[in-house]
Write a protein that binds this ligand. Sequence first.
Ligand code: MN
Length: 196
Amino acid sequence: MNPLFILPLLGYNFGDLAPMMSAATVETHYSKHAQAYIDNLNRMVPATEWEGMSLEDIARKATTGPVAQNAGQAWNHMMFFEQFNLGKNAKHPSDEFLFLVEQSFGSMEAMRTAFKQAATTLFGSGWTWLVMDDEGHLSVQQYLNDDNPLRHQLRPVLVADVWEHAYYLDYRNRRGDYIDNLWLIINWQVVSSRIR
Ligand code: MN
């Protein structure tokens, strides 16, 4: 039987994000951590009320229990891994994205500062998100564990995984350095496309 859910291929090689994110970190994080959430879902979802729903719908609608945990984590990881790479057209946000950042934070620098503050003060395991509401206002949110913007009626824009497995091999306890270097590998074309 074909699996219900498949982890999308990376748009880059494991080593392409080094030294900001090492090949070992990307490989372990993608092939082991993210894949495990997908594998768990493929075991749990068949013959339940969730069968036939998209991963995004499950990540939005399931809020407690193992299906919610694994769907939330699988979806968060897809959004995380999709937003990297330094290909053509990737280095600059769109004018629309910059406009919304300036409207919401004052400047890109102020947005990055707010994002780092949220990422470094999140206690425990979780995710820091830049999100957009229905009025086009951007904000930074801290979500614990498997929580995600879908469950808060917010549009996902940019995400940092701040579970220790995301950075511990490369940065040990220096989560702030991990966030500083994350900006160097963001594919702004992908991020800008999420606000449309
Ligand atoms: Mn992770």
